[in-house]
Design a protein around this ligand. Sequence first.
Ligand code: ATP
Ligand code: MG
Length: 324
Amino acid sequence: MEPFVFFGGKGGVGKTTVSCAYGVKSARAGLDTLVVSTDPAHSVTDVFDQPFSDDPESVEGIDGLDAMEIDPETETQRHLDGIRNDLSEQVSAAMVNEINQQLEMAHQTPGAHESALFDRFVDVMRNADPYDRVVFDTSPTGSTLRLLGLPEFLEGWIDRLMHKREKSIDLFEKAAIGSNEPRRVMNGDPVLARLQDRKEFFEFASGALQSDAAFFLVLNPDQLSVNETRRAIAEMRERDLSVRGLVANKLTPEPDPDEDGRGARYLRDRVATENERLQEVRETLDPPLVAEITTRTAEVKGDLLDDVAAEFDVETDAEAPTFV
Ligand SMILES: Nc1ncnc2c1ncn2[C@@H]1O[C@H](COP(=O)(O)OP(=O)(O)OP(=O)(O)O)[C@@H](O)[C@H]1O
Ligand SMILES: [Mg+2]
């Protein structure tokens, strides 16, 4: 099993619950495990009944388990501040104001959060050496997972930018022929250096995501959730990321066979409907169902996490990350 494990899925299906349960299972199996959440609602704090921050902290009562919560809003601000600093060093004072305004607008654009989170995820992966396993509780399908398929695309884009930059420097040097050290401009160019940094960052990201990460999608046994999962699998496949397995959560429990009250009949009918959906999942979706988790009568926290974790048919052994 890969060192980086991602859980995605539609809003509210149980990504945070499943990520935490899987984290507990990994830690109980003796792996040093980190759960990383990007849930702005601080659900990991709720699940473990303990506040978490941007830095990994150990989860009380569970040896070998750490958790951290990345706040998308703070991360976006930090991301844009970084860009602002980079640019301010390279442009005239008159441009700084203009750049600030543009960045303020960028903050509001769709994708700003995701792009900031992506950088942070990759950062966590780069610094994952103290852990055997890092579990990512991602934001709803589409946004984050879609973004994970982008590094190769971005690498290509940066290559083209670098090529353009080299060409313009080359033209500049040719125009300045006769000066003593013509190559100096190309070698010390801050823009090229920055692009090179980004290129290495994306190279690392696509390597880690392709060979050191496993993706799981959480779904509920209803038609909308199954449809969304089908789309997510297809989208990820287009980006050469394969979904390792599906986790069906919030299944209705079956009543005892001798019960025949109204409640029992309701549960039986509901179970029959859900079984049809699950059958559709088994027959029409490629990734296997690796867990079927029944709905508990209360929120899944504390001891219930171990209970839920036991319903997982996912390996917990891991090799040490190769990209550190
Ligand atoms: N098997 C279960 N039994 C009972 N309650 C559950 C179960 N799985 C999840 N829940 C509850 O459902 C709610 C949503 O779960 P969770 O927060 O894990 O979903 P999510 O996919 O992370 O949501 P979001 O998309 O908002 O981040 C929570 O209150 C959680 O306690
Ligand atoms: Mg969540």
